[in-house]
Design a protein around this ligand. Structure first.
Ligand SMILES: NC(=O)C1=CN([C@@H]2O[C@H](COP(=O)(O)OP(=O)(O)OC[C@H]3O[C@@H](n4cnc5c(N)ncnc54)[C@H](O)[C@@H]3O)[C@@H](O)[C@H]2O)C=CC1
Ligand SMILES: O=C([O-])CC(=O)C(=O)O
Length: 343
């Protein structure tokens, strides 16, 4: 127990320890779809270490019962169950879930963009979203599967068609961009990365990822600034290249997904002022036809509590935002068109 709790607290901080006693009163079922994958396994492990989770439901087209059996031996209180791939299996997995994390789908290989995953992952996400709309319509749905800029709109359209869409409960997980932006600035400034929290807005691919250093009081100039921005925007490619065909970021993504789920749970369990950047149905740039956008979002018991505006930008950040909005609009429309043609 001690080791498990220590591992959790080193990831999520002291707040986690304070929450331990409060957690008993909160029965929270969390489901992971794609739980046997590169992200799914470590994500499920981190969720098992989270005392706010009382039940962990794992689903995959293959291997979920094995992952569940393994994780279930960890000596934390939550109950873990793995489900076989079947209509009944996914229904039971989702039923009663408060949070549904979806990392199901194929990852990139070197030379591919996230958009190159669209043809495979769009229908995987559509089908899982259909199951969620049916069996857990009130859950918070956290989309990890790429391309997030398109898979989130697809999920929204599925929920709309089923008559259960709640924009406050659908999230594209962009936390890894914040994690990277924070880590990379700490390397340049020799600060403790755990104390950095760089706001990242826009979406989750290439030029749609816009880090806002100025809002954390940092100024980088010239080549150093451009290299930093490029590294944040293409951090995913760095991992894809390094893995040489064996997939994309899994471990850092698992940490980021677990952190976002933890933030939602904290907010659901009454903590105020929980803020995470995330890709949501957003009013900020709707007048420019960009219907989903990642910015700082205050979370609450009902999911999205308040979408913060992006705030003051430097001229350079403004120019990045303009490129972002153009790309993002295309990615969103692509997802919506797929839904229109395939639902
Ligand atoms: N949002 C983000 O920041 C990030 C997103 N990703 C994305 O996450 C996705 C998963 O990546 P990995 O875990 O590395 O891939 P992976 O291939 O290791 O695992 C994917 C899992 O999904 C399962 N799966 C496939 N179709 C399914 C279905 N219909 N129902 C249930 N499970 C299904 C597979 O059996 C596999 O176990 C990729 O699309 C990747 O691009 C990856 C890193 C960061
Ligand atoms: O780069 C990829 O394909 C996976 C991903 O989204 C990331 O690592 O940010």
């Amino acid at each position: 127990m001690f080791a498990a709790r220590q591992a959790t607290s080193s990831v999520f901080g002291a707040v986690q320890r304070r929450a331990f006693s409060a957690s008993a009163a909160n029965a929270t079922k969390v489901a992971v779809l794609g739980a046997a994958g590169g992200i799914g396994q470590p994500l499920s492990l981190l969720l098992k270490l989270n005392p706010r989770v009382s039940e962990l439901a794992l689903y995959d087209i293959k291997g979920a019962p094995g992952v569940a059996a393994d994780i279930s031996h960890i000596n934390t209180k939550s109950v873990v169950k793995g489900y076989e791939a079947s209509a009944e299996g996914i229904k039971e997995c989702l039923s009663g879930a408060e949070i549904v994390l979806i990392p199901a789908g194929v990852p990139r290989k070197p030379g591919m963009t996230r958009d190159d995953l669209f043809n495979t992952n769009a229908s995987i996400v559509r089908d899982l979203a259909k199951a969620a709309a049916e069996s857990s319509p009130d859950a918070n749905i956290l989309i990890i599967s790429n391309p997030v800029n398109s898979t989130v709109p697809i999920t929204a359209e599925v929920f709309k068609k089923a008559g259960v869409y709640n924009p406050k409960r659908l999230f594209g997980v962009t936390t890894l961009d914040v994690v990277r932006a924070s880590r990379f600035i700490s390397q340049l400034k020799s600060t403790d990365p755990a104390n950095e929290n760089i706001t990242v807005i826009g979406g989750h691919s290439g030029a749609t990822i816009v880090p806002l250093l100025s809002q954390s009081g940092y100024t980088l100039e010239g080549a150093e600034r451009d290299e930093y921005v490029k590294r944040v925007q293409f951090g995913g490619d760095e991992v894809v290249q390094a893995k040489g065909g064996a997939g994309s970021a899994t471990l850092s993504m698992a940490m980021a997904g677990a952190r976002f789920a933890e933030s939602l749970l904290k907010a659901a369990q009454g903590q105020k002022g929980v803020i995470e950047p995330t890709f949501v149905d957003s009013p900020l740039y709707k007048d420019q036809g960009v219907t989903y956008f990642a910015s700082n979002v205050e979370l609450g018991p009902n999911g999205v509590e308040k979408i913060h505006p992006v705030g003051k930008l430097t001229e350079h950040e403004q120019s990045l935002l303009e490129v972002c909005l153009k790309d993002l609009k295309g990615n969103i429309e692509k997802g919506e068109k797929f839904a229109k043609d395939n639902l």
